[in-house]
Design a protein. Structure first.
Length: 496
């Protein structure tokens, strides 16, 4: 006979014991159990089978209220808003089942078919992302306000892809669009603000996170056969600190960017990233460049690295092609900071990826990384920081048990505030700022910066102030504030 207690339960009589005793007393031929409590039904059915009890268990289908909520005496404890929310669960499950029955098998596709991408669903009848993306309101998406009622949000949004900066500015000035961003330059935005002082301006992240490092933590003998210098985390930390974030911000984005801690928690994500005022006190992000240089040279000396070996790093050819002269800038930046010869080898991404895969990647200076797929870094870290993860390349070979434990917990922690605490602790370890871990768990992909897009919106478009100092236009999870944006259609400047 199997045990009907889960591991860790005490030996006191549980529900299945009481049901078994009841069946023994009553000797019923049939017992009816509702399918609403599926776990209870399965446990009782297994118990009857294993104990050879002569009672047939009859599953009873779920009976629902008119709004789809399963009938239960406990429903009286639900507030009005909670009841509305609960009824959406069965509707979403039925919609998902219908999509599955139609032949869709990928979980992400089923999820998007049920709920769209948050508050809006792309209009598949007019889908041409290169010209126009129509996003009608998603009726199955909601968030509750302070009054316990679902928040209202825009009925639809249209995103026009205008690639010419002059045409973009003209469309905004002529009220053909309510808000505009890239390819507007900072100079254009300043001109708009001068002509229309009541215009709302906010920030938006621009493109890919610029990363540095991709340091090799594998048992690689080094380019010269004298050993992998990054295995001494003091040398890896020194190489990270050799990057002057503010020089790179000026070089790549002409000053219009902000530093990021890593690719998974960029600056604009106020829900998961460390506050900028804290970040700028960490080694490698400090404004005082001389303080960083003095510390990193001390780390090189402590590591015992033979500086006569020099250091060879890779840089993507497309990076140099996009920003001509950036290779020379980075080389001078590293040499001035580290105090010995540093060379850069320009290679296509095909070579770079091959060396990441075969474990011979020598490290790199600043270059593009992938944009965060999700502002909550849990899934990205599960792929990149767990041994055997799909993006934990052989050259990266990141393997630090305390971070593995934290990232594993993130996968099952449903409370967002608790998961943010786990992310916070992991971030401190990855940045070498956790007092209990020192440099033992530092990451091998460091953030440099993300560029800034300036968003201008007409005065009839009500956008709240930046939340937590970050961008309210960012469209993802905890940094998602589209429901706070509304149009004053009675405003005298409203073009409708």
């Amino acid at each position: 006979m199997r045990s009907f207690r889960t591991e860790g339960e005490d030996t006191r009589e549980d529900g299945s014991d009481r049901v078994a005793r009841l069946f023994g007393i009553v000797q019923a031929s049939r017992a009816y159990f509702g399918m609403k409590d599926a776990q209870q039904l399965l446990v009782v059915a297994a118990m009857v089978r294993d104990l050879a009890i002569a009672t047939t268990i009859v599953p009873v289908p779920i009976v629902r209220e008119p709004d789809g909520l399963a009938m239960s005496s406990r429903n009286i404890y639900l507030a009005a808003a909670e009841r509305t929310a609960a009824a959406r669960i069965s509707a979403a499950l039925e919609a998902g089942a219908a999509i599955y029955a139609g032949g869709v098998r990928k979980g992400a596709a089923i999820r998007d078919g049920v709920s769209g991408s948050g508050a809006f669903i792309p209009n598949s009848d007019n889908f041409n992302v290169e010209v126009l993306l129509e996003l009608p309101r998603n009726p199955d998406y909601w968030k509750m306000g302070a009054d316990g009622l679902a928040l209202p949000y825009l009925d639809s949004t249209e995103h026009h892809n205008i690639t010419d900066a002059t045409a973009t500015e003209a469309a905004w000035r002529n009220k053909q669009v309510d808000a505009a961003a890239f390819p507007l330059s900072l100079v254009q935005v300043q001109g708009i603000m001068a002509d229309f002082p009541d215009t709302h301006q906010s920030r938006r992240s621009f493109g890919f996170t610029i990363l540095t490092g991709w340091f090799n933590f594998s048992e690689w003998p080094g380019e010269d056969g004298q050993g992998n210098p990054y295995l001494d985390r003091r040398f890896a930390m020194a190489t990270h600190m050799a990057v002057d974030r503010f020089q790179m911000i000026d070089t790549v984005y002409l000053g219009d960017a902000r530093p990021s801690v890593n690719g998974s928690t960029p600056w604009f994500d106020g829900a998961w990233a460390p506050p900028e005022e804290e970040l700028l006190t960490w080694p490698g992000w400090r404004v005082d460049r001389e303080e960083d240089i003095a510390e990193l040279r001390g780390l090189i000396d402590a590591s015992g690295y033979d500086t006569s070996r020099g250091l060879n790093l890779l840089i993507p050819d497309i990076w140099e092609g996009t920003y001509p002269g950036v290779t020379e800038t980075e080389q001078a930046m590293f040499q001035n900071a580290m105090g010995f010869d540093v060379t850069f080898e320009v290679q296509p991404y095909t070579v770079i990826l091959q060396r990441l895969e075969d474990g011979t990647y020598p490290g790199s200076g600043p270059q593009w990384g992938n944009p965060p797929a999700n502002l909550d870094p849990s899934n990205g870290w599960n792929n990149g920081l767990i041994p055997g993860g799909s993006s934990n390349f052989p050259s990266w070979n990141y393997d630090y048990a305390p971070v593995t434990e934290l990232v594993t917990k993130m996968q099952t922690e449903l409370d967002m505030a608790a998961r943010q605490e786990l992310v916070r602790e992991a971030t401190l370890i990855l940045a070498g700022q956790h007092p209990e871990h020192g440099l033992d768990g530092i990451q091998n992909t460091w953030g440099v910066m993300n560029g800034i897009q300036r968003v201008v919106a007409h005065n009839y478009t009500h956008v709240p102030d930046d939340v937590n100092g970050r961008n309210v236009w960012q469209f993802a999870h905890a940094a998602h504030h589209w429901e706070s944006i509304w149009m004053d259609t009675n405003h005298p400047d409203y073009p409708g």
